[in-house]
Design a protein around this ligand. Sequence first.
Ligand SMILES: [Fe+2]
Length: 316
Amino acid sequence: MNTTPNEHGITHLRHVDLAVPDFATQRTFYKDTWGLTEVGTDGELSYLAAEGSPEQYIVRLRRAAEKRLDLIAFGMDSTASVDAFAQTLAGRGVQLVGEPAALQTAGGGYGFRFFDIDGRTIEVSADVETRRHRPIEEREAIPVRLSHAVMNSTDIHRTRDFYAAVLGFRLTDTLYTPHMGQVMHFMRCNDWHHSLAIAHGPHPSVHHVSFEMRGIDEYLRGTGRVLQAGTKKIWGPGRHTAGDNTFTYFLDPSGNTMEYTTALETITTDEWHPTVYDVTQPGVQDQWGIADPFSEIVAKDSFNDPDRGVFVAPPV
Ligand SMILES: [Fe+2]
């Protein structure tokens, strides 16, 4: 992956933090079924790393009465970029949760949190120590790294414009249906086709979080293991046209959609022209032709519950 910083110094997606009422069940799911490694817990928080990723953790679970997205974290290239970005955001009227400061989480670093235009808490950080990681082996069907996060929004164009104008993300591609209009914007902050996507939904909430597997074989083996564990599958296996990545979507025990993917396209030219794909056309949603047709029922499975964390910073 090329993590050349974008115009503000943002390099990549670091982790997604979720609050869940069924903490014990979720811990077991992410460790034993999904294939992450718990690297720390105090009984209220669980930090889950991917064996192939240098991130200290890629998912944080927090025990809470109410399910919510706690935050999405992005890396930055330097503490100077963090400070400059905080000033830029404040100058544009973006609400900061706090001023830049030393992070208290594993690996340390320096960062701050703010609310995006829909009220999600976003964290940016630099100088976080990397975790000792290793190559994932052939046929080892556990996540290599976090791939991307997709968030529901009631106005995907407004959210796209915020991420473009304020965070410097660039639009890669868009999905639409003749019936519903434009339903998803894919956005990038490095050469991956998307690290973030914005999906049309009835309320702000998590649409899905995606985990990169080593290759097609490992992706299919992982899909099989998660299925055999009795996890509800929403859609897939298949291979999207936008992003060229494979997909299998599942519902985790608290109803957040999680995806195994591999082979996400990288964008190596500055002259990329976003395409608007009609997802009702044959082969667009699944080039392989083996997944069920995309439908509004599939779409609704990932609407999720209204997020209780909108414009409310998580306690930790
Ligand atoms: Fe995805």
